[in-house]
Design a protein around this ligand. Structure first.
Ligand code: GLY
Ligand code: MN
Ligand code: MN
Length: 431
């Protein structure tokens, strides 16, 4: 399989999205979106630049210090970009810039201006308009630009309901990229299973995963990878990744690539030495059973909440059977007694952001629709301190896949990485 290429969305798709936004704006209004800015790591060094996902969604433009202005009047609809001007000296030091002159054609927008002249143009462009779509305090540097321009709008509207809803339903081109993100992420988890052995450090496995992402065309991880040996798995967002892996323990890996800006998000949990102990097997099988049932239920017309209610019932029954919880299953569910072992949701929207945007409804009761992409990630986390039979302490298990909602149910975008105990043991036995 040849995955080593750089994928991009066709430029027309960005222009079409802007048209869709303009169609939803009220007459005589403008919409303003700001890019991300560079973030300092230390002194004069920056973290790798990652574009703001909303800005990317409407522009496909990957530079900092830029703004998109959409203007809608009775007579016209216009897209205007503000960006950094060309600068031979700075470009020699810090990298190429698209520049004002090339921007209209490259980005298929009507006009482009230097971001340095924002205060000059913005008041003229928005004269006589009655509303501005803008989200204050989202990009402070953008708020400052608006304040410095001296323009005040009687009505400030939130663009998130428009843009987040659009982002929630993926287009065929986006689905292609997300399938690839899922596939590459799966290959990296397979690699991690093959490369794991006792006494390697968690960060070494992180490196193997990142290398596998890179090899297949994904430069970055979509979020900080979690490589959690033993009890570390009970810290949900453990990212220190600085401990050696121990014989006899499990390792939980939650890692996903970012492919052409779209996220994969897989978790697998497996034994460091390649063989599940009895107690590890019991907890793992329980989480797997819950995950498989959830996958059956996560289809258009149902909700994440419906699937999660079923997941909770399966887990509570299983924990009672293992002697980890005591009492009546219905009463334990009512009391939320499982929260000490399952303290997060079943899944989330996935897209340009790993925790993607869009309304969830109360307790994630929103009806799932064709074109949505979600995660399904039940887990059980039994810390060293838990008051449970000793053999279960220090076991944390999560199994996470990515699902596309389709006309016929769902498609697992991450199915290529094994999750059955026998498959995992076979794969690891071959290392
Ligand atoms: N990787 C973050 C999450 O699974 O939500
Ligand atoms: Mn995850
Ligand atoms: Mn997730």
């Amino acid at each position: 399989m040849d995955l080593a290429y750089r994928a991009e969305l066709p430029r027309e798709e960005f222009a079409a999205r802007r048209q869709q936004v303009l169609a939803q704006m009220q007459p005589n209004s403008a919409l303003l979106l700001f890019s991300e800015i560079e973030k300092r790591r230390n002194h004069d060094c920056h973290f790798s630049f990652r574009q703001d996902s909303y800005f990317w969604y409407l522009t496909g433009f990957n530079e900092p210090d830029a703004a998109l202005l959409l203007v809608k009047t009775e007579q016209t609809e216009k897209a205007i970009v503000f960006l950094r001007p060309r600068d031979p000296l700075l470009e020699t030091w810090n990298g190429r810039r698209l520049g004002v002159e090339r921007a209209p054609q490259a980005l298929e927008v009507n006009e482009a201006y230097s971001i340095d002249d924002f205060a000059l143009h913005f008041p003229k462009m928005t004269q006589n308009l009655t509303a501005l779509y803008h989200v204050p305090e989202y990009h402070l540097w953008g708020d400052k630009l608006i304040a410095d321009s001296g323009v005040n709008f009687s009505q400030v509207l939130d663009w998130r309901p428009i843009l987040s809803e659009m982002r929630l339903i993926k287009s065929p081109n986006e689905i292609r990229l997300m399938q690839q993100a899922g596939q590459i992420t799966a290959l990296a988890h397979i690699k991690a299973m093959q490369e794991t052995r006792a006494n390697r450090f968690e960060y070494e496995i992180e490196g193997d995963i990142l290398h596998e992402f890179n090899r297949h065309g994904a430069r970055f991880a979509a979020y900080n990878s979690i490589i959690a040996g033993g009890d570390n798995a009970c810290i949900l967002h453990y990212t220190e990744n600085d401990q050696p892996l121990k014989d006899g323990e499990l390792v939980l890996i939650d890692a996903g690539c970012e492919f052409a800006m779209y996220a994969g998000d897989i978790t697998r949990t497996f034994p460091v030495n390649g063989k599940f102990s009895q107690a590890q097997r019991e907890i793992y099988e329980l989480v797997l059973k819950a995950q498989k049932r959830a996958i059956e239920l996560l289809v258009p017309g149902n909700s994440i909440k419906q699937a999660n209610d079923e997941v909770i019932r399966i887990k509570v029954q299983g924990l009672v059977d293992l002697g980890i919880l005591q009492g009546d299953v219905e009463a334990l569910i009512e009391q939320k007694a499982y929260r000490q072992f399952y303290m997060h949701g079943l899944g989330h929207w996935l897209g340009l952001d790993v925790h993607d945007v869009g309304e969830y409804g109360e307790e994630r009761s929103r009806t799932l629709e064709v074109g949505m992409v979600i995660t399904v990630e039940p887990g059980l986390y039994i810390s060293q301190e838990a008051n449970v039979p000793e053999q279960y302490r220090g076991i944390g298990v999560r199994i996470e896949d990515n699902l596309l909602m389709t006309e016929y149910g769902n498609k697992i975008l991450t199915a290529a990485v094994p999750k059955e105990i026998e498959e995992i043991e076979n794969l690891m036995g071959k290392k």
